[in-house]
Write a protein that binds this ligand. Structure first.
Ligand SMILES: [Zn+2]
Length: 192
């Protein structure tokens, strides 16, 4: 017989965050804490599989790994009240899916010796949006070369992300962010 695995017991703070995420009707699974060394860890993280939009619609999420629970909550609120609503009002179609370049990644901020928020799964890189009518709006193409409505949509959802996340970086920030929005948790407001 193999010894039983120790049960994963989340902290009270994480339990509260998980119940908030459940109330937002996100589909997710809590992940066990892992310490990867070199300043990298996934603590209090979840695997999000789907989010909830308006009108009982499910929103898909592409390519997302472990995300710190508070960031997952910000993401769920942004998807539903920021992105889905902007898609309906500006582009005339509900949102179907948010595409990402991922979340956890044990690395430094490009060009520095400082660990990125991705090293603790406290950031998500959003690369594009797929609408229910099949249109796909990528940050890379749409930010400067999209239709007038697509450019407006991307700017609106960038601005609304700034209300829910600590640090938000987009194509105007630097060359490294020309193809995605970096959405990072925390209390330090920084929106570019
Ligand atoms: Zn990033």
């Amino acid at each position: 017989m193999r010894p039983a695995q120790p049960a994963y017991v989340p902290t009270a703070e994480t339990r509260q965050c998980l119940s908030q995420l459940g109330a937002a009707e996100a589909s997710f699974a809590p992940l066990p804490d892992k310490f990867h060394g070199a300043g990298c860890s996934t603590v209090n993280t979840v695997q999000l599989s789907a989010l909830y939009g308006d009108d009982q619609r499910t929103l898909g999420i592409g390519n997302l790994g472990p995300v710190a629970c508070p960031v997952a909550n910000s993401f769920a609120g942004w998807a539903r009240y920021g992105v889905d609503r902007a898609a309906r009002s500006i582009l005339g179609s509900p949102l179907a899916r948010i595409e990402t370049f991922g979340s956890y990644n044990c690395r430094n901020v490009a060009g520095t010796a400082r660990r990125s928020a991705h090293s603790t799964a406290n950031a998500i890189d959003v690369s594009g949006f797929v609408l229910a009518d099949g249109r796909r709006i990528s940050v890379k193409q749409g930010w400067s070369s999209g239709s007038r409505a697509e450019r407006e949509f991307l700017r609106i959802v960038h601005t609304s992300a700034c209300k829910r996340f600590g640090t938000v970086l987009g194509p105007e920030y630097n060359e490294a962010h020309k193809d995605h929005f970096h959405l990072e948790g925390g209390s330090r407001p920084f929106c570019r």
